[in-house]
Design a protein around this ligand. Structure first.
Ligand code: GLA
Length: 747
């Protein structure tokens, strides 16, 4: 055994000799081991003598430093070093940390190039490493962050000698959460340009295929529906090729043990911190092993890297839980609340948004009427949604003309905002900065600023085109207009919307050889503008949105602490949407409002109380004409706001426990928020459909301290946490769509 080279708190590096003893000619392979430890998790990898980086282990904590036996180097009479003859077979079997295309590994690769000779094979080998405290920023990209004492980073520098690439694999491990984040930096150290045609962010290999794949799929109005299926031979996965992370598939997936549920079993969660095209795949190989990969989608992608240039791949987050899917979610929530959402601590005023109240039919007086009534009910902010600019009376005009529509906002924006402020309300405003309407002044002046292919007809969607945010002049112009508006009045919230996907994806600002870069350059442009906006207006609360929840991803959360979750505001539909969303994202980020009934999307009528309880499992606010709802409902608003404010810290900082699962049982749903110190908890139950001959349902609570007593603040009854969790509570079934909320305090 060689001497340990360096010891840090969470990442260790060793060099070992693995002896191959049972073959005729014994030999030793000198391998380098890296072990990353967090509280309950271990991630280990090895560098073989020939420089190949292999995955060893990702899972429940093991304290051993040497897990190299997992590579089975001593089982086979052949390794890359000893058996040139069968190198191809070995390459197709080894578990790689960052597999490349073209040298014998036929499973899904992470990295592929097109070099000056038109060749695509690539072979990256280990060169050197670095371990340091903290975590580096990723240039131009959103990413998790950590202070020096919160995380440790391992950098593995690899090289493809033939093409002159340096590929640096970054791994960060956190002290408090069972997470490894990964990214990849590619540097062209040669003297010729090379094309990158694929650069994924993460690969992890499992030695078995006994795993279920969990994904979040959907559509407009039903985002992030949870789906679970057993892995089978071959490739299975999800992606987006729409230019946004999309309604259809979220850049999240989990691999869980087949017996895993909310509370038990192993769960591995993966999420990409990126808002554009992504690719996620699990592949069961010929030997019943599983390779999982995640990263930017390589479909229609090519990036020309000139000599000396650097390309950074987005960050992939890998979460491990040995306590079920619920703990996987809570780990994501903790990571994102503390290490991703930069504005997490911002105050979240209770807002009322006029979209479902008025759609495009509003003016100053109508907004002020809503604001007056809202103020009386205790609401704290009015958000003026779509329709205040250009000549926007419907969704077919004026995007790109960010000047006040005087017909509607007759005395000017400043007057409106001042009046709203005088009522004691803050003011927020809607933008869709990435878009342009064909009839706009902007488009007429700069038709070349839309994403397009020269000479080809542009596909319209919601009667609009997408602006080419890969171009600086386009971004600067749009931002200039936004600034004029933001500087003209006391605006304290911005809803940044994005209501269509990309088509005819080309840029009149890029040369032919760089056209396939536009998908990613577009996203980098969006991120740059979001960065500017948040830096220049640190007091503005930003909510992002994309036709509801079409861009609900970790990339956006870096800039906006909340995202509008879905245009479907029906409380019952929201049970599923919010359940699925909470698999990866914290409730403090889930935009959720009480809207009017019959619901505008599905026509369902639900009690006002239920709408309130469901919206409280999110950012909470209102999206209705408060002047038009019944006296009774209006009278309930103050109480709802009081309840939300009282319990908000539990939703914002506590642990979420999903109890019901409307995907499995459509009759009911329930969830809890529990303080980190387990001193208080909020339980919510929703009866979806009534049931004959049942007066109550027994529900077992979760997350409490079994040793402590808890007072039910409704009944005053004190019971042990053990009784509440193991025996359960009886919840009365009062009829369809009814809900109940109970607050428990430890005595
Ligand atoms: C999108 C949003 C809605 C609303 C409309 C306005 O659909 O999701 O909340 O802002 O745009 O056009």
């Amino acid at each position: 055994m060689e001497q340990q080279i360096s010891v840090k708190d969470h990442i260790k590096e060793y060099t070992r000799h693995v002896w191959q003893t049972d073959s005729e000619t014994a030999y030793s392979e000198k391998i380098k081991l890296f072990t990353l430890q967090s509280k309950r998790m271990t991630y280990a990898l090895a560098v073989l003598e020939e420089g190949h980086i292999c995955h060893l282990y990702f899972g429940k904590k093991v304290v051993d430093d040497d897990l190299s036996y997992l590579l089975r180097l001593d089982e086979n009479p052949w390794t890359l070093k000893t058996n040139r003859r069968d190198q191809g077979t070995i390459m197709d079997t080894l578990p790689f940390e960052y597999p490349c295309h073209g040298t014998g590994d036929y499973r899904e690769p992470c990295f592929k190039i097109l070099d000056k000779d038109g060749m695509s094979a690539c072979d990256i080998r280990y060169k050197s490493y670095q371990i340091y405290e903290g975590k580096p920023k990723l240039s131009g990209l959103p990413a998790t962050f950590a202070k020096e004492n919160e995380a440790e980073t391992l950098e593995l520098v690899c090289q493809d000698k033939h093409s002159g690439f340096l590929v640096t694999l970054l791994y960060t491990v956190y002290k408090e959460v069972d997470v490894v984040t990964r990214s990849v930096i590619v540097e062209n150290i040669g003297d010729q340009a090379v094309n990158i045609s694929r650069v994924l962010s993460m690969c992890v290999e499992f030695d078995h295929d006994e795993l279920d794949l969990v994904t979040l799929n959907g559509s407009w109005g039903r985002e992030r529906m949870m789906e679970r299926s057993r892995l089978h031979h071959g490739k299975q996965g999800i992606d987006s090729v729409k230019g946004v992370s999309s309604h259809q598939n979220n850049p999240f997936f989990a691999l869980v043990s087949p017996y895993a549920n909310e509370d038990v079993g192993e769960a591995y969660g993966f999420n990409l911190v990126y808002s554009g095209n992504f690719f996620a795949q699990a592949e069961v190989t010929q030997h019943k092993k599983t390779r999982a990969v995640l990263g930017m989608n390589h479909f229609d992608f090519n990036w020309r890297l000139e000599a000396g240039e650097i390309f950074t791949a987005p960050e992939a987050v890998m979460v491990y839980s040995d306590r079920g899917i619920g703990q996987m979610s809570r780990t994501f929530h903790d990571l994102y609340r503390n290490h991703l959402i930069r504005r997490q601590k911002m105050e979240r005023p209770i807002l009322i948004n006029n979209w479902e109240a008025t759609y495009f039919d509003f003016d100053t007086e109508k907004l002020l009427e809503i604001a007056r009534q809202a103020a009386r009910s205790g609401i704290e902010m009015l958000v003026m949604d779509d329709g205040w600019f250009g000549q926007r009376d419907s969704d077919n005009s004026s995007l790109g003309d960010w000047v006040v529509y005087e017909k509607k906002i007759s005395a000017g924006l400043r007057y409106l905002v001042d009046e709203v402020n005088k009522l004691g309300l803050k003011f927020g405003i809607w933008f869709e900065p990435e878009m342009v309407s064909p009839d706009s002044v902007l488009f007429k002046a700069h038709p070349d600023w839309a994403i397009q292919i020269k000479g080809r007809e542009k596909t319209l969607s919601r009667e609009q085109y997408v602006l080419d945010f890969s171009r600086r002049e386009v971004r600067d112009y749009v931002y200039g207009m936004m600034r004029e508006i933001l500087d003209s009045a006391n605006i304290e919230y911005v809803k940044w919307d994005m209501n269509r996907q990309l088509t005819e994806v080309g840029s009149l600002g890029l040369p032919a050889g760089r056209q396939r870069e536009i998908w990613h350059r577009y996203m980098l442009g969006v991120y740059e503008l979001l960065e500017k906006l948040t830096a220049d207006y640190p007091h503005i609360l930003l909510e992002s949105c994309s036709g509801g929840g079409g861009r609900f991803d970790a990339g956006m959360l870096y800039y906006s602490p909340q995202i509008w979750c879905s245009d479907n505001t029906d409380a019952i539909e929201r049970l599923k949407i919010q359940h699925g969303t909470s698999l990866c994202y914290p409730v403090s980020a889930i935009g959720s409002h009480v809207s009017d009934c019959p619901n505008h999307t599905v026509g369902r009528v639900t009690p006002f109380q239920t709408r309130g309880h469901v919206a409280m499992a999110g950012t909470f606010g209102y999206e209705l004409d408060v002047t038009k709802i019944s006296e009774e409902e209006r009278g309930m608003i103050a109480g709802q706001i009081e309840a939300f404010k009282k319990h908000h810290h539990l939703m914002k900082d506590g642990d979420q426990y999903r109890i019901g699962n409307v995907f499995a049982d459509q009759m009911w749903d329930a969830w809890m928020f529990v303080a980190k110190d387990k001193s208080e908890a909020l339980f919510t139950f929703v009866q979806v459909l009534g049931r004959a001959n049942y007066r109550s349902r027994r529900v077992k609570l979760k997350g409490l301290d079994p040793e402590r007593g808890y007072r039910n603040m409704q009944t005053g009854v004190v019971q042990s946490g053990a009784a509440l969790m193991n025996a359960g509570v009886n919840v009365g079934l009062h009829g369809d769509f009814r809900s109940e909320q109970v607050y428990f305090v430890a005595v």
